[in-house]
Design a binder for this molecule. Structure first.
Ligand SMILES: [Cu+2]
Length: 107
């Protein structure tokens, strides 16, 4: 029993969770933090007012979702980071251009 508890604690310690208050002007979010592959971002926003789209670099730069970009709409989206740069935008008109975009590097 103690061993099971210990294992659970170790698992929890390995993957961190970060709450993202998903709003306009996200500039600077995550600065000074170190993210690892497997960490989870939890995007919180009002469902129907925003979304979270996992885009590629071009999609990020142009604020236009690339073909096949996974889109999340629940208002409480849990997204696991992969190694490298993870790029997220809101695809509602004007939102990404208003700064509703983040780039998160995970090691
Ligand atoms: Cu939005």
């Amino acid at each position: 029993m103690a061993l099971v508890a210990l294992c659970c604690m170790m698992c929890l310690a390995q993957a961190a969770e970060y709450n993202v208050d998903w709003v306009m002007n996200m500039h600077g979010w995550g600065n000074g933090r170190s993210f690892a592959a497997g960490d989870v971002l939890v995007f919180d926003y009002t469902a129907g007012a925003h979304n979270v789209v996992e885009v590629d670099q071009t999609g990020y730069n142009t604020c236009t979702p690339n073909a096949g970009a996974p889109t999340h709409t629940s208002g409480h989206d849990r997204i696991t980071l992969h190694r490298g740069t993870n790029l997220f935008i809101c695809s509602f008109p004007g939102h990404c251009n208003g700064g509703m975009k983040i780039a998160v590097k995970a090691h």
